[in-house]
Design a protein around this ligand. Structure first.
Ligand SMILES: Nc1ncnc2c1ncn2[C@@H]1O[C@H](COP(=O)(O)OP(=O)(O)OP(=O)(O)O)[C@@H](O)[C@H]1O
Ligand SMILES: [Zn+2]
Ligand SMILES: [Zn+2]
Length: 831
């Protein structure tokens, strides 16, 4: 039997299955999806079995056997193996990158070398003594096997001897894959099997073994297993006395697996389904019907903020579970707040696994295993939870589907929304995309006329729960404020509104719209900004260490006291601004209680959670923050939302700038007046006439879409076409420039040969344009220059195939000479 294995080597040449023989002993265990160790180029590497064959594709004599099978139950399922191939094809990444993205970090095995004495040599004896120092030989004999690293650490003086012994075969070397993290095991004491016998023994114990006697009596009384450490702490005594009781067969002692549960000890109040509102009911029925049919279908739930989307999700999942199927819920990392977790745990209790990046690798691994071993039926998590190893998925929900964080920025550069649709096709599952501000792409797709006999995939919920009104939005022109002599960062309107809230004991949310780099250093005399010497990007200031750090390459230096360019002392650190707002608030409203939420205050684990809890418990008057405060929060006493500057995100060089601004304003405005108290919103801006701001003011998604679609159409951007960004990098500018020119013209030739090279304005159904090469917006990173080519296309064109052909000639030759190609299909940002 031959196994086809994708091996963990990140190179284009090896991005294909390799054949290995399956040793007879493994044959009953191995499956598609198994993780194996394989000999590869003199080492043992990790790989994944993607299929089997009767005979090998190459000369049978050259086939090597698999070295080891790493898990009794394969971590991946056949549908995920198929999905990995699809991802590698669609997003132009290696298979191994796609496969690695699907398993928890704990399973990303690490090769290790084990050293042991050669038993044949040991018998003869003389080989050992002549070659190996006695202390090392004795130690190894006792250990049986030891890691090479440990030997090196313990016996640094014997390096030469070890090497010689290995060469002479006195020592044996074995490579093996070790998981980065194992299941956590706890040494546990078990009470006597045979109670009667134990009681008899207890009576007969000799006096001098008083401690053993005491421990046995203690365990007899307890009658249930307990961790050794706990037992010793409670009953006193030593491990030795436990050990003798175990040797006498009176107690048991075994390692027991312990689950790392990030939510251990937390009570989630159980909730019952709420009677649905009319709008919710209609949408719920459509989703439930789709789940019942068991055919793949994508639905867009367009529900305004506060329309009760979460309750619809919960009841749809309930329906899915009743059919014996499983559900995946994706939420943006940033809104995976305790509130969200609570809602799901409260309804489904232990049937829920939670996967997010703030978990430790161990906690993540254990949550993942709950899914794999069918102990839970619902997985909720950020982007990568789309790979939850469920076997019968009935429903996939993507909340806040417009969020750009669903696209992974590093390889594999997949979009969780598209992967969800593919996975739903494999399982016959329904995909529900939910948002108050759907992305243009999703909205355009759902608005297409449905196939005959099919219903539209667009599910609207235009009203808030209980028909609460949307909060009125006041747009304040900050230019006018300045003209009238108000130089403060607060308009008179926002100032008055805040004062009112303080008086009434209600709460406010303040958003400082700021994207990108939190803090940078600028000289106010000459305009010098501190930039990384390896990358073409400003350095970020870290207050704690007083260091300037590069976001891309990690380069760090001490912050200068004088300007390196003009020696002026007027060199300043420009913060996120939240700190400044906080100071200003304290000045204007003495005694005001502010919770600041930004990158600086949320670095610690659970900080986010703690701050929100404080705010929810009304320990503060104002929640002030960046984008983090805009999403998903549902606090009944928030009646005012203020946006300090709406324009920042509008001015970014990004074709989605208007869309992002509209989404952000709509989302944050939606935090106000969600319960009985009415809310209001104040938006400060320098461009009050911009359609993104005007339409957000009137909660008018349809008007925004109309306007934005016009712009996209004129400029030739998605959803009217699709984009692929190819970034090339090299240390030498000349080399890069010439290769990128060659690449672009080769790409044009290939497209022309396919008959698709055409202007997008041409009106033809299939058209592809190649723009560039030009220098990337970040023109240098980690000492490598960067050029980019943007491909715009429309219609059914196999662009990944074109790209594979176009890049092929540049991937040969020695690696250091090669220009690196990085391909981003459907990029979120063009940087
Ligand atoms: N059928 C219902 N009856 C009573 N209250 C409900 C019902 N459905 C939802 N709610 C309540 O309405 C509030 C808003 O619901 P939810 O947070 O789900 O809105 P949402 O649509 O997700 O909004 P956003 O997009 O702003 O997050 C919540 O407090 C929720 O408990
Ligand atoms: Zn200067
Ligand atoms: Zn750098």
């Amino acid at each position: 039997m031959i196994a086809k294995v994708i091996v963990d080597v990140p190179s284009r040449q090896t991005d294909r299955p390799f054949d290995y023989e399956v040793p007879p002993a493994m044959q009953d265990w191995i499956e598609v999806g198994s993780r194996v160790g394989v000999p590869f180029g003199g080492r043992v590497l990790q790989g994944f079995v993607i299929g089997f064959a009767e005979t090998a594709g190459i000369d049978a004599a050259r086939i090597k056997p698999l070295s080891e099978l790493l898990d009794p139950v394969p971590p991946l399922l056949p549908d995920l193996i198929e999905l990995a191939e699809w991802i590698s094809d669609k997003y132009c990444c290696s298979w191994i990158a796609a496969l690695q993205a699907m398993i928890p970090a704990a399973l990303k095995g690490k090769a290790q070398r084990l050293i042991s004495l050669n038993p044949d040599e040991a018998e003869e004896g003389d080989g050992l003594t002549s070659l190996l120092p006695v202390e090392l030989a004795d130690w190894l004999a006792k250990q049986g096997q030891a890691k090479l690293e440990t030997v090196q650490e313990r016996f640094p003086q014997h390096a030469a001897a070890v090497k010689m012994a290995l060469r002479e075969g006195v020592l044996l070397e074995q490579a093996s894959i070790r998981d980065r993290l194992a299941v956590r095991k706890v040494l546990t004491v078990f009470p006597p099997h045979d109670r009667a016998a134990a009681e008899e023994a207890l009576a007969a114990f000799p006096v001098r073994a008083a401690k053993q006697r005491e421990l046995l009596a203690f365990m007899l009384e307890r009658g249930e297993p307990m961790p050794l450490a706990v037992m010793l702490a409670e009953a006193g005594g030593s491990p030795a006395s436990v050990r003798s009781l175990v040797d006498k067969g009176l107690l048991g002692l075994r390692e027991v697996e312990q689950q790392r549960d990030p939510y251990a000890g937390r009570e989630f109040r159980h909730t019952e389904p709420l009677p649905l509102m009319e709008g919710q009911q209609a949408v719920y029925e459509r989703i439930a019907a789709s789940v019942s049919r068991g055919e793949p279908q994508a639905l867009l739930l367009h529900g305004v903020t506060g329309s009760g989307k979460t309750e619809v999700y919960l009841q749809s999942i309930q329906h899915c579970l009743e059919l014996g199927k499983q559900a995946i819920v994706l939420v943006p990392e940033i809104s995976l707040t305790p509130q969200m977790v609570e809602r799901f745990k409260g309804r489904f209790g232990d049937a829920v696994a939670v996967l997010h990046s703030r978990l430790s690798n161990g906690e993540r691994y254990d949550e993942w295993r709950k899914i794999r071993s069918r102990r839970v039926q619902v997985a909720i998590g950020a982007r990568s939870a789309i790979f939850a190893p469920f076997e019968r998925i009935g429903l996939i929900i993507i909340d806040e589907e417009h969020e750009s964080s669903y696209k992974q920025e590093e390889s594999p550069k997949y979009h969780a929304r598209d992967v969800a649709v593919k996975r739903a096709r494999q399982h016959g599952a329904a995909v529900v995309l939910g948002s108050a501000t759907p992305s243009l792409e999703s909205f355009a797709a759902a608005s297409r006329p449905p196939a005959p006999g099919r219903e539209s995939g667009l599910l609207p919920m235009p009203n808030r729960v209980g028909d609460r009104p949307m909060p009125p939005v006041d747009v304040i022109d900050m230019r006018a404020e300045l003209l009238e002599g108000n130089r403060s960062m607060f308009s008179r309107r926002l100032h008055a509104a805040l004062a009112e809230r303080l008086e009434r004991g209600e709460q406010s949310v303040l958003l400082l719209n700021r994207r990108g780099y939190s803090t940078f250093v600028m000289c106010r005399s000459c305009g010098y900004t501190a930039a990384c010497t390896h990358c073409d990007i400003s350095l970020t200031y870290h207050q704690k260490t007083r260091a300037l750090r590069c976001h891309y390459c990690g380069h760090a230096e001490l912050a200068p006291k004088n300007c390196p360019s003009c020696e002026s002392e007027h060199i300043r650190y420009f913060g996120t601004g939240t700190q400044k707002v906080e100071e200003e608030l304290a000045k204007l409203f003495p005694g005001i209680r502010v919770i600041r939420m930004d990158v600086d205050t949320t670095t610690e684990k659970n900080a986010h959670e703690k701050l929100l809890k404080q705010f929810g418990d009304r320990e503060a008057d104002v929640l002030l923050g960046t984008q983090m405060v805009a999403k998903g929060l549902d606090f009944p006493f928030v009646t005012l939302v203020g946006v300090i500057a709406a324009d920042t995100s509008l001015n970014l060089p990004d074709f989605r700038a208007a869309e992002r601004t509209f989404q952000l304003l709509t989302q944050v405005a939606g935090r106000a007046g969600r319960h009985h108290l009415p809310g209001e919103v104040v938006v400060q801006t320098y461009t009050p006439e911009h359609y993104a701001i005007l339409t957000a003011q009137h909660h008018d998604y349809a008007a925004f879409i109309r306007e934005e679609l016009k712009h996209r159409g004129v400029m030739g951007y998605p959803p009217f076409c699709r984009l692929v960004l190819v970034t090339m990098s090299h240390e030498q500018l000349a080399q890069l420039s010439s290769v990128s020119e060659q690449f672009a013209s080769r790409l044009r030739e290939l497209a022309a040969a396919e008959g698709v090279l055409d202007s997008l304005d041409s009106g033809s159904k299939r058209a592809l344009e190649v723009l560039g090469p030009v220098s990337s917006p970040i023109s240098r990173m980690k000492d490598r220059y960067r050029f980019q080519v943007v491909i715009k296309y429309r219609g059914n064109i196999d662009v990944p195939a074109l790209l594979r052909k176009a890049t092929a000639p540049f991937l040969e030759g020695p690696a250091q000479k090669q220009v690196l190609f990085s391909i981003d299909v459907d990029p979120q940002v063009i940087l």
